[in-house]
Design a protein around this ligand. Structure first.
Ligand code: SF4
Length: 64
């Protein structure tokens, strides 16, 4: 199965928490920023919603 890469631009992240709220399966808050639990997944799951909801578009999804 193709791997999907989740790329998080930590510098750009403003720590709004939107990704963790729409996609708690893979996103959590760590201090002032969010963090993906996994950066490679087999199934995109809610990561697309996390990327879509991010106000600074610092979540990128790369399908291998
Ligand atoms: S939605 Fe974007 S800016 Fe907000 S915490 Fe998540 S990655 Fe950071």
């Amino acid at each position: 199965m193709a791997k999907i890469k989740i790329i998080h631009d930590v510098e750009a992240c403003i720590g709004c928490g939107a990704c963790a709220s729409v996609c708690p399966d893979n996103w959590e808050m760590k201090g002032a920023k969010s963090k993906p639990k996994k950066t490679e997944v087999a199934d995109i799951g809610c990561n697309q919603e996390a990327a879509d909801v991010c106000p600074v578009q610092c979540i990128k999804i790369k399908k291998a």
